[in-house]
Design a protein around this ligand. Structure first.
Ligand code: CP
Length: 311
């Protein structure tokens, strides 16, 4: 059977079926050799990606740009609203229309939820959400799933703990939604009471009959899980810095806690203090591999969307 992928945009993981995710993860594994051996393919020669980042990024922007270059495409764009004419008062819609005139696809990061969706409604080229406020980060989820599959062999039947800032962390929102598509996955949400998973996401999980348990003490779950997915407390999303300071450092994973456990540690990064540096040199550390996996996964996304939607 020929596999097809017919989404034009990647805005929310909730728009995807398991077959869509499987398609992109299969494509990513076919591109893994090019990504890891730092070779170049000519799949997107002559194509241009518009990189509109209104909010800071290291991994997402760099890996999209690397992915495009490994496919012989090129990128134009900006890395803060201050370096675009948005700072002079130009609307986001007009800015996006300018990019549409130059580019074959747009990748957007913005501090407000819904901006990528809004842009996808005003342009005809594919739009990729690279993180919208505390909303979604679907391409991060794709590389997270790719990493779990690569490291453990399957995503079905796993016990996965999402730890840290579950309120503001967009990566855990997307990942929780995506894991509903897999069989017999059990989720554990570990957070301070102030940073629990939003009701809207819990409602999504309930609708999908997803099994989840909320706890505040990591010791309750560390012996049960296959994956510890750790996230930082999102300082920039707190209205009052004192609220942040009260819960900063609430969870810190270190080597001693992990000894003898059969699990992997993941983190979308950046990390602040939530994984001690002594974990870096252990078998548990999969977070740097996870960040490197962004390149084949984003190559697969760009190749698929741009080739499927020629201008
Ligand atoms: N994981 C992630 O989104 O990292 P950046 O904010 O550096 O892009």
């Amino acid at each position: 059977m020929v596999k097809i992928f017919d989404l034009k945009n990647i805005i929310s993981i909730k728009d995807m079926k398991r077959s869509d995710i499987d398609y992109l993860l299969d494509e990513a594994s076919k591109l893994e050799d090019i990504a890891q051996s730092r070779e170049i393919s000519e799949e997107l020669k002559g194509k241009l990606l518009g990189v509109m980042f209104f909010e800071p990024s290291t991994r997402t922007r760099m890996s999209f740009e690397t992915a495009m270059k490994r496919l012989s495409g090129e990128c134009i764009g900006f890395e803060s609203s201050g370096s675009s004419s948005v700072s002079k008062g130009e609307s986001i819609a007009d800015t996006a229309k300018m990019f549409e005139g130059y580019c074959d696809a747009l990748v957007i990061r913005h501090e407000l939820e819904g901006v990528s969706k809004f842009i996808s409604d005003v342009v005809d080229v594919p739009v990729i959400n690279a993180g919208d406020g505390a909303g979604q980060h679907p391409t991060q989820t794709l590389l997270d799933l790719y990493t779990i599959k690569q490291e453990i062999g399957s995503i079905d039947n796993l016990k996965i703990a999402l730890i840290g800032d579950l309120k503001f962390g967009r990566t855990v929102h997307s990942l929780a939604n995506a894991l509903c598509l897999y069989d017999n996955v059990e989720l554990y949400f570990v957070s301070p009471p102030e940073l629990k998973m939003p009701q809207e996401i819990l409602h999504d999980l309930d609708k999908m009959n997803m099994s989840y348990t909320e706890v505040s003490n990591i010791n309750e779950i560390i012996d049960k899980v296959n994956v510890l997915y750790v996230t930082r407390i999102q300082k920039e999303r707190f209205g009052d810095i004192d609220d942040y300071l009260k819960i900063k450092g609430a969870y810190i994973i270190n080597k001693k806690m992990l000894e003898g456990k059969d699990l992997i540690v993941m983190h979308p990064l950046p990390r602040i203090d939530e994984i001690d540096g002594d974990v870096d040199d252990t078998k548990y550390n999969k977070y740097f591999k996870q960040a490197a996996n962004a390149v084949p996964v984003r190559m697969a996304i760009l190749k698929t969307l741009i080739k499927n939607n020629p201008k």
